[in-house]
Design a binder for this molecule. Structure first.
Ligand code: DAH
Length: 355
């Protein structure tokens, strides 16, 4: 503290007043201001000490000193509070600069394959299709027998399909109906066709997207787990025309208006006739190839209809199925299927399927 140069008690009060008020005005941070408070205004500060000493001054000047010292106390506290508010407001003003650009919010996103699936569902909704679902753990019955698959069909072997080891579980799960066979991880979404025809009467118009599993070597274009979308339409008077029209409208919407199609005869046990559909885009290749395989399809086999109690003379249907992972690769321009399952978050941030 500065030495009091002016002699006399009144001069002491005036000197203290100048000192306190200028210290408050000069305090430029809340910490400095707090220092001023402790030095002068707190219990042991010099102003409080002066007030304590009033009784010791000569009688004649005591009342005036008392008045002045108390007035100073009031003024000093008022100045202190004002300055405190000022410094607080200044600190807040520097904290919040509304002219700064906002901090980016990192938001989550759907996996590109799920995003693509959602878009596929959306397109089929506009074509009047409903969503159907079936279990990923299936029975041999639903996956093969009910789909007219011969007992010696190669897909039934353990080289192609994952079977679940626990046979007792299979029987229990089947509610004691051994004809439904062993449990397996479904290698296709086609068994959902049978489940839908068992639980719903025609007209039926559904798609069933879902995960499938196959005993494949994992490489750039194959994985043991992948997504398929199954489609099924059953009604009176359905022909290959509806099949062709539906698939062409759908794939043009998904992959580009300029698609050209090729329907090749093929074999699937559950459709007759059966086709594989390819497409090309004039002037643009699909990952270096002119023709892209789109899907398998066909007219629902009369035996499949009979198996679920539908009269093939009255009802016809078409079915189709395709894997969507390869479309995701093309739309996201990803050269290797494994990127989709490597959990590299950059894939989620950057890639979104585009037409
Ligand atoms: N399930 C077949 C597969 O995984 C694809 C398929 C072909 C589904 C023809 C169908 C169909 O519904 O009619 O290769």
């Amino acid at each position: 503290m500065e030495k009091i140069v002016q002699p006399g008690a009144l001069a002491e009060v005036e000197q203290l007043e100048r000192e306190i008020l200028s210290s408050i005005a000069q305090a430029s941070t809340p910490e400095e201001l707090e220092g001023v408070r402790i030095r002068y205004l707190a219990r042991k500060g010099s102003l409080s000490q002066l007030l304590d000493r009033i009784g010791q001054f000569p009688k004649e000047i005591r009342p005036e000193i008392g008045r002045k010292a108390n007035a100073l106390k009031e003024r000093a506290w008022a100045a202190f509070e004002d300055r405190k508010k000022e410094l607080k407001a200044r600190a807040q003003a520097t904290l919040l600069d509304p002219t700064l650009p906002g901090r980016p919010v990192v938001s989550g996103s759907l996996h590109p394959i799920l995003e693509l699936r959602a878009r596929i569902v959306q397109i089929f909704r506009t074509l009047g299709f409903a969503l159907a679902d079936g279990p990923e753990v299936e029975t041999e019955y639903y996956n093969f027998d009910a789909l007219n698959t011969p007992p010696d069909h190669p897909a039934r072997t353990e080289q192609d399909t994952f079977y679940l080891a626990d046979q007792e579980l299979a029987l229990e799960w089947d509610q004691g109906q051994p004809k439904k066979g062993r449990l397996l991880l479904r290698p296709q979404t086609s068994p959902v066709q049978v489940r839908v025809m068992q639980s719903h009467k025609p007209p039926i118009r559904v798609i069933a997207p879902g995960r499938c599993y196959r005993r494949d070597e994992i490489d750039a274009t194959h994985h043991i787990a992948f997504f398929q979308v199954e489609g099924l339409v059953v009604d009176e008077g359905i022909s290959v025309c509806e099949l062709k029209g539906t698939l062409e409208v759908f794939f043009r919407e998904l992959l580009g208006k300029d698609l050209e199609f090729r329907f090749r005869p093929h074999y699937f046990p559950f459709t007759e006739p059966s086709f594989e559909v390819d497409a090309r885009r004039p002037g643009r290749m699909f990952h270096g190839k002119e023709w892209l395989e789109l899907c398998g399809c066909g007219m629902v086999h009369p035996k499949v209809l009979q198996g679920v109690g539908l009269d093939p003379e009255r009802y016809q249907g078409f079915a189709f199925g395709f894997g969507i992972d390869r479309f995701a690769m093309i739309l996201c321009e990803v050269p290797d299927l494994r990127f989709f399952t490597e959990n590299d978050v950059r894939l989620l941030q950057r890639l979104s399927p585009v037409v």
